[in-house]
Write a protein that binds this ligand. Structure first.
Ligand code: ATR
Length: 271
C-alpha cells in the first residue's frame, strides 16, 4: 500500500507543500502520496488520529496547529521542545506519535545554500512570535558572535532571549533598542502579511549584509523592498520552505531529496 502523508492547516488550500513533496517523491522514486488536509480549528488531534487510522505515516503541520501538534506527541525531539512547536509528525511503533520541527534547520540550510556566513557574524532578528522561537536553536548552533532579537512588544523579545541564553550570546529588546550594524537581518514578524514594516534605523546593514524575510510571495515583501535600496543582499523565505520540507521528507523516508530544481519550480508557480 502507498504510504500516506499530508500537511494539516486551516486554511490550507494555497499550501505549496503538496507540490514540493510530490516533486521530492518522484525524484527519489518513493511510493507515497502527499495531500493538503483542512483540519477544524478545534479538532486537530481528532483529524490526526483519523489520518493515522486511514494509513497515514506522517504529516507536516502549519498555522494554526503547530502548538496543538506539540501537545499531542508521545515523544518530542529536543529542538521541538525548545521551539515549543511541531511542524513534522511521524507515526512510530505501536502507533505512537513522534514530533519534530524542521523550520530552523530549513532556515540555516537555506542560508548555507546562498553562502550567507553565520559564524562570528552579528545577526538581528525582528519579531518574537512562534516563527522566531522555532528557528533560534539551529541559528545559535552556527555560532554567530551575537543574536539580537527585537520586537514591537519588547518583553516578548527579552523573554525569548532569556529562554535561549544558555545556547549563545543572545539579547532581546524593543525596536528602539537597535544599535549598530548587522551582517544579517532576519524579518520574522508577520507584518509582511499585512504589507506593514516595523520602524527600523536607516543604518542597519553592515557592508555586504544580507536581509532575509521568512515570508515570501510573487512580489518582494515590504521589508525586502525597504532593505534593497539600503545596500543589503536580499533573500525571501521560499528556500526555507523547501529546505524544511526536505528535512521532513528525510525524517519520514530516510532519503535526502535534491532541492535546487524544486526551488525553481516553486518560484515559477508563484507567477
Ligand atoms: P508567528 O507564528 O508568525 O510568529 P505570532 O506568534 O503571532 O505569529 O507573532 C507575530 C510576530 O510579528 C510578533 O513578533 C509581532 O509583534 P508583537 O509581539 O509586538 O505582536 C510581530 N508583528 C506582527 N505585526 C506587526 C507589525 N505591524 N509591526 C511590528 N511587528 C509586528
Amino acid at each position: 500500500m502507498t504510504d500516506r502523508y499530508c500537511v494539516f492547516g486551516n486554511p490550507i488550500k494555497h499550501s505549496k507543500s503538496p507540490l514540493i513533496h510530490g516533486e521530492f517523491a518522484s525524484q527519489t522514486h518513493q511510493a507515497m502520496s502527499y495531500t493538503a488536509e483542512l483540519a477544524p480549528v478545534e479538532g486537530f488531534a481528532d483529524a490526526w488520529r483519523a489520518f493515522i487510522a486511514d494509513g497515514g505515516r506522517g504529516a507536516n503541520v502549519t498555522v494554526p496547529f503547530k502548538g496543538d501538534a506539540f501537545a499531542l506527541c508521545d515523544t518530542l525531539s529536543h529542538r521541538a521542545k525548545r521551539a515549543q512547536a511541531v511542524n513534522t509528525l511521524i507515526v512510530g511503533g505501536n502507533g505512537r506519535t513522534y514530533g519534530d520541527t524542521t523550520d530552523g534547520i530549513g532556515l540555516v540550510r537555506d542560508l548555507a545554500y546562498h553562502r550567507v556566513p553565520l559564524a562570528g557574524k552579528r545577526v538581528l532578528v525582528i519579531g518574537a512570535g512562534g516563527a522566531v522561537r522555532g528557528v533560534l536553536e539551529p541559528l545559535l548552533a552556527e555560532q554567530p558572535s551575537e543574536v539580537v532579537i527585537v520586537n514591537r512588544t519588547a518583553e516578548k523579545a527579552e523573554q525569548l532571549a532569556q529562554a535561549f541564553a544558555d545556547l549563545g550570546n543572545i539579547q532581546g529588546g524593543g525596536l528602539a533598542s537597535i544599535d549598530g550594524q548587522f551582517d544579517l537581518v532576519i524579518n520574522g514578524t508577520s507584518a509582511s502579511l499585512s504589507g506593514e514594516l516595523p520602524p527600523l534605523p536607516e543604518t542597519l546593514f553592515a557592508k555586504g549584509a544580507w536581509a532575509y524575510d521568512m515570508m515570501y510571495g510573487s512580489e518582494p515583501t515590504v521589508f525586502l523592498q525597504w532593505a534593497g535600496p539600503r545596500g543589503a543582499k536580499l533573500l525571501d523565505g521560499l528556500g526555507m520552505l523547501v529546505e524544511q520540507a526536505a528535512e521532513s521528507f528525510f525524517l519520514w523516508r530516510n532519503v535526502r531529496p535534491e532541492t535546487a530544481s524544486v526551488r525553481t519550480l516553486l518560484r515559477q508557480s508563484l507567477n
